[in-house]
Design a protein around this ligand. Sequence first.
Ligand code: AMP
Ligand code: MN
Ligand code: MN
Ligand code: MN
Length: 285
Amino acid sequence: MHDVNADLHCHSTVSDGTLSPEQLARRAKDHGVELWSLTDHDELAGQPRAAAAARSVGLDYLAGVEISVSFCEQTVHIVGLGIDTDDRALLQGLADTRSGRARRAQAMGESLAAVGIAGAYDGAEAFAGNPDLVTRTHFARWLVSTGVCRDAHDVFRRYLTPGKPGYVAQQWASLRDAVGWIRGAGGIAVIAHPARYKFTANQEWALFEEFKAHGGRAVEVQTAAHTASDVARYVGSALEYGLLASRGSDFHSPDESRVELGALPPLPPALTPVWSELQERIARA
Ligand code: AMP
Ligand code: MN
Ligand code: MN
Ligand code: MN
């Protein structure tokens, strides 16, 4: 199981990636991926295309999604793997989660206008492949394209993060609901990139405990945002909380992503890969 090149986290133009599901499947195959999942933010519209493209290039496929959750006044991402993409409660929950985005994007545009950056809403929307899903990533691409910022790192340092112009807090799904929708759709819920959150030790403990109490079963250990010491730390968490481990590049774009599809190190042998519990949910190429 450990030697399968699984990449179970990335984004297409259906959310905030720059490649189509078909281009991602081709690229994943070309970079050695064997088991793939497209995990667009709060949206399943890309799943039939991804599954069909995976089959045509010869990749095993798991349906996926990355759900935005509010927890302790921060945003946490919960990946769902092996979900039934026709599940009505999941589809409705995701539609509800997406529904505030247009209003939030307008408010982000107004917040940037107040510091002298006009036209951001229209600019970000023009970068979005899905009008339902205007994200901070699209604002970031526009801010770079206009020369206001050097790169995405510069954007998030100066704008779009708590306390900075362009940041608008949003109430996303609850942890209980997100994990419940994923489980109800036959999938496994995964805490995405845990090192990215700015929680105290107590808050992080509460996240893992509540996630488990709701039936969450896995944590991303290998992911682009994790340093070697983050990996070591969350190996410890996976063992401590009895969680399965996942591996995903979180690839968004050839121009922006530091880690290529399929290029992360394997999971450490002490951990059980999440895909070992999802064998019957895999669409075989
Ligand atoms: P949103 O869901 O609209 O809040 O946008 C969140 C997205 O912004 C994430 O999925 C990332 O793709 C991107 N993002 C957030 N923080 C950063 C960062 N510091 N650097 C680059 N991209 C980021
Ligand atoms: Mn993203
Ligand atoms: Mn994420
Ligand atoms: Mn992601």
